[in-house]
Design a protein around this ligand. Structure first.
Ligand SMILES: [Mg+2]
Length: 202
């Protein structure tokens, strides 16, 4: 099967890492469990200058490459690939994060995974593509791509997948998607073990 796997908070523990970064940079303590909205500026109560500074740090290669993996994600992806499934990482991260994202995948032995940057949140226009960065795909590009299963956590990204008739969507359980109203093609999943079990069983 063709699988769409999101990066942040599906493969890597991004919100947890950002929570630590916010504490380091601004002395503000917002634990992961308290991140109840997907908008980071609101979640961490940051002003415009602070969120800009946070995003600059968050897109640094060293920060991206150093994030911990989501429990079971690396082993789960490997098992699915070994079983013949086609896994593509579909991230909403901007293209400027590409080097750090590739470095993270290499750190966990997942360099052979295709990595696509898709403008899931409508922010690409604010960050023009620079030489050496991959193309950022549009929502329309994504709509033309076929997947049998998609795994994502962010309400805005899930909304892009809600109308698909032939794609099962796994909503990765996170504090900020607790009140998300799932479409008929969606189920909530709680761990990578559950994801792998469900896919292997068909
Ligand atoms: Mg995500």
């Amino acid at each position: 099967m063709r699988l769409y796997v999101d990066f942040d908070d599906v493969l890597s523990e991004t919100a947890w890492s950002l929570s630590r970064l916010v504490k380091e940079m601004f002395g503000r303590d917002v634990p992961y469990e308290q991140i109840r909205v997907f908008n980071l500026q609101i979640a961490f109560s940051l002003n415009d200058a602070e969120i800009a500074a946070l995003m600059r740090m968050a897109h640094c290669e060293s920060f991206l490459a150093g994030m911990p993996d989501t429990p079971g994600a690396v082993e789960g992806v490997r098992n699915l690939m070994e079983a013949g499934h086609e896994v593509t990482v579909v991230t909403g991260r901007p293209a400027c994060s590409h080097a750090g994202s590739v470095a993270w995948l290499a750190r966990f032995g997942l360099s052979d995974l295709p990595l696509l940057h898709v403008d899931k949140y409508g922010r690409a226009a604010a960050a023009p593509q620079l030489p050496g960065q991959p193309e950022t795909l549009t929502k329309a590009d994504l709509a033309r791509m076929d997947f049998d299963i998609a795994i994502d956590d962010s309400p805005d990204a899930l909304a892009l997948l809600a109308d698909r008739q032939t794609c099962r969507v796994f909503v990765y359980d996170r504090p900020w998607n607790q009140t998300y109203r799932q479409a008929p093609n969606m189920i909530r999943v709680y761990s990578w073990r559950e994801i792998v079990d469900r896919i292997m069983k068909g």
